[in-house]
Write a protein that binds this ligand. Structure first.
Ligand SMILES: *Cc1c(COP(=O)(O)O)cnc(C)c1O
Length: 407
């Protein structure tokens, strides 16, 4: 047997393990320190009561032969596909139906698996900085060439840079690309695109026969009225885009595991209908998300589940507001945090992301995430998350404020 050598190309994900090492080392040296983490991208609030009730009920159904559920449909139960299509799309005036919704065990698997639909020689463009899985899954498939240590980039990847200079609106690629990964609201920057800005990408894809993979994992956090919740709000997007969503950040399902992918019937390339290909892929390699979890997902769209979930989101977004306002008050340059639970902080005094991480940990015992871990355009930035308690968030902000006023 000859192992897949692409696994050797991929650097082990050093980001969070390096953070953990540094934090552990700090704790060993300062055993009485009171650390606050605004670092991890995981929710902290428990699952809402209405969803817990649905889970209990679904568990009980498994105990009786009348209601027991064995293998379900690979693409998800109709009750959930219908709910998703109606509440997330049709109620917003978007013509997406249940046959275009594929329920899964989360956005990460879908995002990583979708690249099986296109050939190895496609040209890829990926937003930068971004959630690392888009790149890693393409590297494992042998699609991005070699890692160039000197410039810190993959040789066959087009980086769509987002930074302060372009106001976090990436430029269209100069050379035609076949597949474009976009994530809005963005992890890690917390920034969004307006509908006309997103339409520019849809128009580009239609013109160049490109496919857009749109990750909308943070859709539920959008607060401002003019921000698109779905790429299908753009004209022609059902002919060029796949959208991925997750219950993880929206409803605290990071441990339960549930997500979905929208593959419109109209989406076809060289006569191949991607909806059929994805259906084939999922039924070959996936046996469906658990019935119990799909019932929990369904309860998110019903009352009182929907209202309870919105209260959790409002809680996190108030944390985000507190972080943003607190940092702005001491003259820090911050982005995001308005339509997403992430605040993207420009490091002071031209510190690198890791220099700032170390300095902040040492001076304040607050842990965040170095922006450079999300791609080359993340250097010089730092991600703070709203996923902590109100009390700890306020304490962390006060400490960071002291850091800035003393710096
Ligand atoms: C957290 C996250 C995911 C993963 O979601 P799961 O459904 O938990 O797999 C996907 N995309 C982005 C941008 C994320 O931040």
């Amino acid at each position: 047997m000859k192992p897949n050598t692409n696994y050797q190309k991929i650097p082990a994900n050093y980001l969070f393990s390096t953070i953990n090492q540094k934090v552990e080392q700090y704790k060993t040296q300062h055993p009485n320190s009171d650390l606050i983490s605004l670092g991890i991208g995981d929710v902290t609030q428990p699952i809402v009561p209405a969803v817990i009730d649905a889970l209990h009920k679904a568990v009980d159904e498994q105990a009786s032969s009348e209601t027991f559920q064995g293998y379900g449909p690979e693409g998800g139960y109709d009750f959930l596909r219908q709910s998703v299509a109606q509440h997330d799309f049709q109620d917003r005036g978007l013509a997406i139906d249940a046959s275009e919704i594929f329920i899964s065990d989360g956005a990460k698997s879908d995002i990583a698996n979708l690249q099986e639909l296109f050939e190895v020689n496609n040209k890829i463009a990926i937003g930068d900085p971004v959630y690392p899985d888009y790149i890693d899954s393409n590297v494992l498939a042998g699609r991005l060439g070699d890692w160039d240590e000197q410039i810190g980039q993959w040789s066959d990847l087009t980086y769509l840079s987002s930074n302060e200079a372009n106001q976090f609106i990436p430029e269209l690629p100069k050379q035609v690309v076949d597949v474009i990964y976009l994530c809005y609201p963005n992890n890690p920057t917390g920034m969004t695109l307006s509908k006309p800005e997103l339409q520019t990408w849809v128009d580009y894809a239609l013109e160049n026969n490109s496919l857009i993979l749109f990750d909308a994992a943070y859709e539920a956090y959008i607060q401002e009225p003019n921000i698109p919740h779905s790429i299908y709000e753009c004209e022609g997007a059902t002919k060029c885009a796949i959208e991925v969503r997750s219950f993880s950040k929206k409803a605290g399902f990071t441990g339960l595991r549930l997500g979905y992918t929208v593959v419109p019937q109209e989406l076809s390339f060289q006569g191949q209908c991607l909806n059929k290909l994805w259906s084939r892929r999922q039924s070959t390699k996936f046996n469906g998300a658990p019935y119990i979890i799909q019932r929990a997902g369904w309860a998110c769209y019903q009352e009182p589940g929907n209202t309870q979930i919105n209260e959790h989101i409002a809680y996190y977004m108030e944390n985000a507001r507190i972080i943003r306002a607190g940092l702005e008050a001491v003259g820090a340059t911050v982005f995001g945090g308005i339509n997403a639970p992430y605040i993207w902080l420009k490091t002071p005094n031209h510190l690198t992301s890791w220099e700032f991480f170390d300095a902040l940990l040492e001076a304040t015992q607050v842990v965040g995430t170095p922006g450079s871990g999300f791609g080359p355009s993340g250097e010089g930035y730092f991600r703070l998350t709203a996923f902590n308690s109100r009390e700890r968030t306020i304490q962390a902000v006060e400490r960071i404020q002291r850091f800035f006023t003393q710096a």
